[in-house]
Write a protein that binds this ligand. Structure first.
Ligand SMILES: Nc1nc2c(c(=O)[nH]1)N[C@H]1C(S)=C(S)[C@@H](COP(=O)(O)O)O[C@H]1N2
Ligand SMILES: [Mo]
Length: 311
């Protein structure tokens, strides 16, 4: 029997700052060892390596990506187009105070302070694979709460069919927004039933600590069965709407990026295959799994749909 990720990842509270700093120190040492040992990809991870996660593997037995990897190889075009540069460029980003307004087709529109969201809902750990549309992937121990819990608070009306998400628009803090190559702010969307799926997470942390700016502080979406670009960062606005939202990537290149963006090894990107991927920290490539390995939980959402046409 396959175990659902939600069943193997117990609820967990944030570590103290001190414990986190110790974790960071240990991780630094581990990364150093990995760099000079030829066989590290075969070595079983040990409990000491990543003490801020409840497990060192996901439900498929895949090892967690190191904290170093997760926080230094980032796609966040508001800060930089270079993955290795995002962390530095995002340093000092003001993610507090932070409000998220939730409205549109709901009975109870509300503005939530970040502290409200963290206080209102249990923050649980979810170890998920993240598969970028570019063909690389990671395994990340997120901390957060299911989006459906927040949606229940605002009571979507019967007319609500989709959820639309928006990232902060602040070119002074996000230098990438000063160029007009993209239609800022970053926008993403989900169908309401996708948004209500138990896997769909609003993440406030990873590795047991609050999110760093490069990972979308203070709150970002995580939709593990879809390509990474759906998992929009630094969210300030969530609206329930009746029409399919146009995401930044749909507007940018509609023939390459569709609304659904489900991980699907059988539907190639127009410019490259999606049948395999490079797991960050591993040598070689591995096969990409349908719905990124979450078919059991989400395939029913797309029953009868042509997944090639609805890319
Ligand atoms: N606002 C915003 N959200 C974003 C992006 C972005 O550029 N801007 N990049 C996306 C892409 S392409 C990926 S793969 C993931 C990367 O998340 P990570 O850096 O936390 O691993 O964030 C997604 N969310
Ligand atoms: Mo991505």
């Amino acid at each position: 029997m396959r175990i659902k990720p939600s069943e193997i990842t117990p609820k967990q509270h944030y570590l103290s700052r001190r414990e986190f700093m110790q974790a960071g120190t240990l991780l630094g040492g581990a990364a150093l060892l990995a760099a000079c040992s030829p066989n590290t990809s075969d070595a079983p991870p040990t409990a000491e390596l990543n003490p801020a996660a409840s497990s060192q593997v996901d439900e498929l037995g895949d090892s967690l990506t190191s904290f170093e990897g997760v926080t230094n190889y980032n796609n966040y075009y508001e800060f930089s187009l270079k993955k290795e540069e995002v962390a530095k460029k995002a340093q000092g980003f003001q993610s507090s105070p932070w409000d998220v307004s939730v409205g549109g087709l709901v009975n109870k529109p509300q503005v939530f302070g970040l502290e409200d969201l963290v206080g209102m809902f249990d923050q649980e750990e979810r170890i998920y694979r993240l598969r970028c549309v570019e063909g690389w992937s990671m395994v990340i121990p997120w901390v957060g709460f299911p989006l459906k819990q927040l949606l229940a608070q605002v009571e979507p009306t019967a007319a609500a069919k989709y959820v639309r998400f928006e990232t902060l628009l602040d070119p002074d803090q996000m230098p990438g927004q000063k160029n007009d190559w993209f239609g800022w702010p970053y926008v993403e969307g989900l169908r309401l039933d996708e948004a209500m799926n138990d896997l769909t997470l609003l993440a406030t942390g990873l590795y047991g600590e609050s999110l760093l700016p490069q990972n979308g502080a203070p709150i970002r979406l995580v939709v593990p069965w879809k390509y990474g670009f759906k998992s929009i960062k630094s969210i300030v606005k969530i609206d329930l709407v009746d029409e399919m939202p146009t995401s930044l990537w749909m507007a940018q290149a509609p023939n390459e990026y569709g609304f659904y963006a489900n991980v699907n090894p059988e539907v190639p990107h127009p410019r490259w295959t999606q049948s395999n991927e490079r797991r960050i920290g591993e040598l070689g490539r591995r096969d990409t799994l349908m719905f990124n390995g979450y078919a059991e939980q989400v395939a029913h959402l797309y029953a009868g749909m042509d997944l090639k046409a609805n890319y």
